[in-house]
Design a protein. Structure first.
Length: 277
C-alpha cells in the first residue's frame, strides 16, 4: 500500500515539474546571413544601424567618452604658392632702346673699284648768258634751251654721263638768302617728282662767294635710277645784278668727290660775267 502511494506521489511531482517547464518563455536565435550576429531577438537581418551608432564602440578599449576615441591625424595643409611672373629681361647699356639697323655681312663681295678720272680744261664762253668759265675739255655743249648753257660728259662708261647746267634768269625781284633757299628747295622738289625710285636730299647750306663773288645757297642729293643705278648731284643758286643763276651739277654717285673737286670747284673759281665792250 505504502509502495503504491510513493509511486503516485513521485508521478505527481514529475507532473508539477513538467508544468513549470512548459510555462517558461522560449529564447529564439536568428542567424544573420551577412555574417553579423544580432544581440536582440527583435532585430532582423538587413535592419539599418541606429543614427547615433559609433563604430568605435566595437573596439575593446571603447569607454564611451572622447578620451578613448581613436587619435585623429592632422595632415599638413597644402598651401599653393601664388603665381609669379618671370621678369622681363632689361637690357642696360649704351645702346639700349636704340633702333636696330641692318648691318652688311662681313663676307659681302667687295665692289670693283671705279677707274680714276683725269681732267684737262678748256675755256667755255656762254655768250647767251654773258658768262665764261673753265670746264673739262671735250664735253658736249648744248644751248638749245633758252637762257641755258649745258655741258655733258661724253663718257658713258658708268651708264650715266655727268652734266653741268648754268641758267641765267633776269628778274626784278631781289633775292635774299631766304628766297635763294626757297629756290633750291623748289629745285629739289622737282627732282623728287621726276619718278626716281629713290631720292634723298640734304639740308641746304649758305656760303659767301659761292659764285661770282655773291652769297649763295646749295644742297646735295643722291638718287637711284631704274636698274639700281646710283647717281648724285649738287644744286646751287646765286643772285647778282638782277639775275638769278641756278646751277645744277649731276654725276655718277661713285665719283662724287671727283666731280665736286674737279668740276664744281673749278667752275666756282673761274666763272665770270663777260663785260660788254
Amino acid at each position: 500500500m505504502k509502495k503504491g502511494f510513493r509511486t503516485v506521489l513521485l508521478l505527481s511531482a514529475c507532473l508539477v515539474l513538467l508544468a513549470g517547464c512548459a510555462s517558461e518563455p522560449k529564447t529564439q536565435y536568428n542567424v544573420n546571413t551577412q555574417g553579423a550576429a544580432n544581440t536582440s531577438g527583435t532585430n532582423t537581418a538587413g535592419s539599418s544601424l541606429p543614427a547615433d551608432y559609433d563604430p568605435a564602440s566595437e573596439e575593446d578599449d571603447y569607454t564611451g567618452d572622447d578620451t578613448s576615441a581613436p587619435e585623429q591625424i592632422q595632415l599638413p595643409t597644402l598651401v599653393t604658392p601664388p603665381p609669379t611672373n618671370t621678369p622681363i629681361p632689361v637690357i642696360s647699356g649704351q645702346y639700349s632702346g636704340a633702333t636696330p639697323v641692318v648691318i652688311d655681312p662681313i663676307d659681302k663681295p667687295t665692289p670693283t673699284p671705279l677707274p680714276a678720272l683725269s681732267f684737262t680744261y678748256q675755256t667755255y664762253t656762254a655768250s647767251n648768258l654773258n658768262l665764261t668759265f673753265e670746264g673739262p675739255a671735250g664735253w658736249v655743249v648744248d644751248t638749245s634751251e633758252a637762257n641755258s648753257y649745258k655741258l655733258q660728259s661724253p663718257d658713258w662708261a658708268t651708264g650715266y654721263a655727268a652734266t653741268l647746267v648754268i641758267r641765267a634768269n633776269s628778274t626784278s625781284i631781289e633775292y635774299t638768302t631766304d628766297s635763294l633757299t626757297t629756290e633750291v628747295k623748289s629745285m629739289l622738289t622737282n627732282l623728287r617728282n621726276a619718278n626716281y625710285p629713290k631720292f634723298s636730299p640734304s639740308n641746304t647750306a649758305t656760303r659767301k662767294g659761292l659764285f661770282l663773288g655773291a652769297t649763295g645757297v646749295y644742297a646735295n642729293y643722291t638718287a637711284t635710277l631704274d636698274g639700281n643705278l646710283q647717281i648724285a648731284g649738287r644744286i646751287a643758286a646765286v643772285y647778282k645784278n638782277n639775275v638769278l643763276y641756278p646751277i645744277p651739277l649731276t654725276y655718277p654717285a661713285g665719283y662724287t668727290d671727283t666731280y665736286k673737286t674737279n668740276v664744281y670747284d673749278k667752275l666756282r673759281d673761274t666763272l665770270k660775267v663777260i663785260t660788254a665792250q
